[in-house]
Ligand binder design. Sequence first.
Ligand code: ADP
Length: 555
Amino acid sequence: MQSTMQDVPLLISRILTHGSTIHGASQVTTWTDGASGEGEPHRRSFAEIGDRAAQLAHALRDELAIADDDRVATLMWNNAEHVEAYFAIPAMGAVLHTLNLRLPPEQLTWIVRHAADRVLIVNGSLIPLLAPLLPHLTTVEHVVVSGPGDRAPLAGATARVHEYEELIAGRPTAYDWPELDERQAAALCYTSGTTGDPKGVVYSHRSIYLHSMQVNMAQSMGLTDQDTSLIVVPQFHVNAWGLPHATFMTGVNMLMPDRFLQPVPLAEMIERERPTHAAAVPTIWQGLLAELTARPRDVTSLTQVTIGGSACPPALMEAFDRLGMRVCHAWGMTETSPLGTVARPPAHVIGTPEEFAYRLTQGRFPAGVEARLTGPGGERLPHDGESAGELEVRGNWIAGAYYNGPDAEPLRPADKFSPDGWLKTGDVGTISPDGFLTLTDRAKDVIKSGGEWISSVELENALMAHPDVAEAAVVAVPDDKWGERPLATVVLREGAAADFTTLRAFLAAEGGIAKWQLPERWTVIESVPKTSVGKFDKKVLRRRYADGDLDVTRL
Ligand code: ADP
């Protein structure tokens, strides 16, 4: 029997129209350096964003001849114009391609060419990054510049250069958004390549729409139009975790830091603009914590903080709890849009000592995401909270393949997709009977010592709980006897006195680390190398060790 329900496609244009009318008074506030250099908020309402998105779509179609599924790239910080691009490009039927401005130049060039981007919208402040690459970006016909920054380095470019404001000025503020197929491409994002070459994930209108509804659920981020979200996670990093789309559905105000991502301006934004929610990777929060400890400020508005992208160290969660900012841990990846799990503890543990343990897990799977664990021999493992295996997922906003060029079949590498189409995450962990995921490591980072696994994350968390340790990363290094052993690389706080023997004893006594798992190789480093999205870059540490660049002490 057929249903009798309407079949209205799930489209980005619908989210835009809803947000810019019903929630037209909500605001996107972008941080700027202002005339005095003091830091100044610039405000634009959702209604204005809607008008300007329509103008941008007219400009792209009528002036720059963007049609069908042409790719329009953005090389931008989090700001109001980037939000306009987020809606205009997919709503008109083209494909938004967000470029990660922290990637090495060769990778950026490769990605733009692979995606065959025709137009590139760039923030003026990023022209020094773009200009030297531009001669190699052979598919790019037009560069559109938005915001302050010297344009001179673009002189002589083969691509035509336009000013964003001039390009959209005077165009109609309404656009007859086409009724698209909800399964067609809306946005393209390449993985940041922490563990390999970047791969293109193509989100559909449908996947973004459903994911936005998930972000808005009370057991997820659950924000309303009474909230302001400080969106630190970059718009080029998995659609800023879906927040710009989700906020347009519910009227949540956005506070966008643009290029002011250092701890001092972030602390200032929080004090002055009083956001209620914020989202970023742990590295950002470590920096902010140090700043707030050194120079306390009124940050009492910020009661909910979403942390994901890499594991949230328990010490960090406790420190933020003490500041009154409640951390909510979440897990996801580029391939999962990214919301996979969110750690909202179940009702029966609220107020009990168990609550904290639940909050430290990666979180619970929502109805839209199915999960299973696969053991080393390919066997299915029970969700008993103990059996650890590789996590595989499938669902309405999970990738089923990677982009492989306009005329090629999508890529489904066997190490990323199971024969029956599930995404192999490369993450190792357990799932409890009530659906909470606990990751013990990445498959590529786990330390295989004498036939047993040692979790690098567990050692790092235990180390970072020591007051003298600012940051710590643990990597596997070859060992004649055991195959692999852990190498602890430690960043000490200023004036710290702890030596390696003390830290090792601390791991055993306070960290509860089994004796055979304790590292015997130790080194102090200035800072932990980070990837383009702020995660520990263990590839670099392993290479430095192999090259003999680290001064290692053996206990
Ligand atoms: P890349 O894979 O290039 O680093 P992604 O941003 O897609 O880029 O990273 C996804 C990966 O990040 C996950 O597979 C997982 O290993 C890690 N990750 C994300 N969130 C968490 C978390 N809360 N705890 C631990 N690891 C996480």
